[in-house]
Structure formats: structure tokens, C-alpha cells
Design a protein. Structure first.
Length: 235
């Protein structure tokens, strides 16, 4: 079973932590228990936001977690609930997910570009944007490995390469989309949000590559594919 459901509205979670904790904490634990009872492997998606964002070194899967906000705490509760079931599981911590579907930073930037030729974007939060299609492939790979009894159980890190700031990500979006939007870099302190985001969310993904042969994808190539999908959908 692959579980990608979650409460993902990071800012609103600050006011709805109980609800976020049921959806992100109790629900995956219940699903993992049901899988364990049936001998089925359980693959779950978690987040870089379980870390406090200190330092500049990429976080390894066994590094100390330190969630800053409600969404982050609820996702960590999910990880802990799944581990406590004692079943066979793999948790993929990923970051800054984008695709042609749903709401995400790429679509927010493209939307803002309709009415703005200059944007102020946070430059002191750094991470690896990750194409959703690559996450789906990684989850399938992990699930098949576990089902075959030769997989890589436990917590894994998986994010797109290279690491970049939100401002750098935005610049690449506008460059690839051929949009003349100037990106002005600002510190997070000048873009107040309800929930604090970690400054350093770099994920060390080397263990996943060593254990399961799943390497970091280049997010810039994924972005090219997503922009092509969006252009095709727009006719
Ligand atoms: N977005 C990101 O940048 C990142 C996401 N993640 C994780 O990746 C996973 C997928 O995230 P993402 O695709 O962005 O999330 P979305 O918010 O786009 O999708 C979440 C899905 O969960 C479903 N869902 C939410 N609440 C419930 C509920 N109570 N019962 C049943 N289904 C529910 C939603 O269903 P419906 O459409 O019907 O509302 C939706 O299909 C999550 O685990 C998230 O924490 C990790 C790192 C970064
Ligand atoms: C719209 C906008 C955002 N920003 C900043 C605010 C914030 O620091 C950053 C991204 O904000 P967003 O709200 O889009 O992204 P956010 O909701 O924080 O994304 C997170 O989602 C959850 C689900 C995760 O698990 C994380 O990995 C991460 O991807 O961009 C600007 O600097 N300028 C802008 O004009």
C-alpha cells in the first residue's frame, strides 16, 4: 500500500493542529497497522519539514528531528506511529513537490506572473524541489522491493537536485517558461507567514541510492516536463 494522503496546508495547520494530527498522525498509523496485520508492506510519504532547518549540512535519515510548526509535528507523529506498528514499512521524506496537478509553488509562480513583472521571493530557505512523478516512481520501487522481500525498509530521503532557494527555483521557473519576471531576493523575515519554514531543508539522499538504487532526479528536467504538460493542457 502506498499512502500519499495528507493535510498539507502548512500555514492553516497552525490553527487546526488537532485536525492535521488526526490526518497526518493517526490515519497513517491506522493504515500501517492494517497492513501489518495482513503482512502487507506500507509505503508512506513524509517531509523535510520534520527538521528544524539549522546549519547547512544535508539532513540524513537518522538525524535528530525538530519540527518547527504544526504541520511538521503532525507529519513526525505519522512517522512515529507507523514505526510503532512493527510492520514492514518505508517512509520517503521528500520536499517542495511540484507537478502539473493540484496547488504547488510552480503553479503559484505561473499564476502570479499573469499580473506581476517583479516578485520578492525568499532566498534564505534552501531545499531540493521534487517532481511528483519521480516520487511516484520511487514509492513504487520501494513498494516492489519490500513486497519481494529484498527491499529497503525504514526512513529514506528523496529530493530533486541541485539544492536551491525558493528565489532560485522561481528564477528557473520563469526562465524555462519564457516569462520576463524579475525575482528580487528577500530574507524569510521579510515574508512573514503563519508557520515558520526551516531554512536548511537539504536532504542527504545518498543512503536511498546505495540501498535501493534510487538516485536524486534533476528537478530542472522535471520542471521542463511539467511546463510542457501545463502548456498542452492549456491548448
Ligand atoms: N506538497 C509538498 O511540497 C510536499 C508534500 N509532502 C507529502 O507528500 C504527500 C502528498 O502531498 P501533496 O500531493 O502535496 O498533497 P495534496 O494536498 O495535494 O493532496 C493530499 C491528498 O490527501 C487527500 N486527503 C486529505 N485529507 C484527507 C482525508 N481526511 N481523508 C482522505 N484523503 C484525504 C486529499 O484528498 P482530496 O483531494 O479529496 O482532498 C488529496 O488527494 C503528503 O504526505 C505530504 O505531506 C512531503 C513533502 C513536500
Ligand atoms: C507566493 C510567495 C511565496 N514565497 C515563499 C514563502 C515560503 O517561504 C515559500 C514557499 O511557500 P509555499 O507556501 O508555496 O510552500 P510550502 O507550503 O511551505 O511548501 C511545503 O509544503 C509542505 C506540504 C511540505 O512538506 C514542504 O516540503 C514544502 O514543499 O515561498 C515568497 O517568498 N514570495 C511569494 O510571492
Amino acid at each position: 500500500m502506498i499512502d500519499a494522503a495528507a493535510y498539507t496546508v502548512v500555514d492553516r495547520a497552525e490553527d487546526e493542529e488537532a485536525l492535521a494530527t488526526v490526518i497526518n498522525g493517526a490515519a497513517p498509523a491506522a493504515m500501517a497497522r492494517a497492513c501489518a496485520a495482513r503482512g502487507l508492506p506500507f509505503v508512506h510519504i513524509s517531509t523535510d519539514y520534520v527538521f528544524d532547518g539549522s546549519g547547512e549540512a544535508p539532513w540524513r535519515p537518522d538525524d535528530q528531528t525538530g519540527p518547527l510548526g504544526a504541520y511538521d509535528r503532525s507529519k513526525l507523529a505519522g512517522e512515529q506511529g507507523i514505526a510503532a506498528t512493527g510492520g514492514q514499512y518505508a517512509i520517503l521524506r521528500t520536499s517542495w513537490v511540484f507537478s502539473a496537478y493540484g496547488q504547488n509553488f510552480v503553479k503559484t509562480m505561473l499564476g502570479l506572473a499573469q499580473s506581476r513583472d517583479r516578485l520578492t521571493i525568499v532566498a534564505d530557505q534552501v531545499d531540493g524541489p521534487t517532481p511528483a512523478a519521480d516520487i511516484a516512481a520511487a514509492c513504487l520501487g520501494l513498494a516492489r522491493g519490500l513486497a519481494a522481500g529484498a527491499g529497503a525498509p525504514g526512513i529514506h530521503h528523496f529530493s530533486g537536485a541541485p539544492d536551491v532557494s525558493w528565489a532560485g527555483f522561481a528564477r528557473e521557473i520563469f526562465a524555462q517558461a519564457g516569462l520576463a519576471v524579475t525575482v528580487e531576493e528577500i530574507p524569510a523575515a521579510q515574508f512573514p507567514t503563519r508557520a515558520a519554514r526551516p531554512a536548511n531543508s537539504r536532504l542527504d539522499c545518498s543512503a536511498l541510492e546505495a540501498q535501493a538504487g534510487i538516485a536524486r532526479p534533476d528537478w530542472r528536467a522535471g520542471l521542463t516536463r511539467v511546463l510542457a504538460e501545463l502548456a498542452e493542457a492549456a491548448g
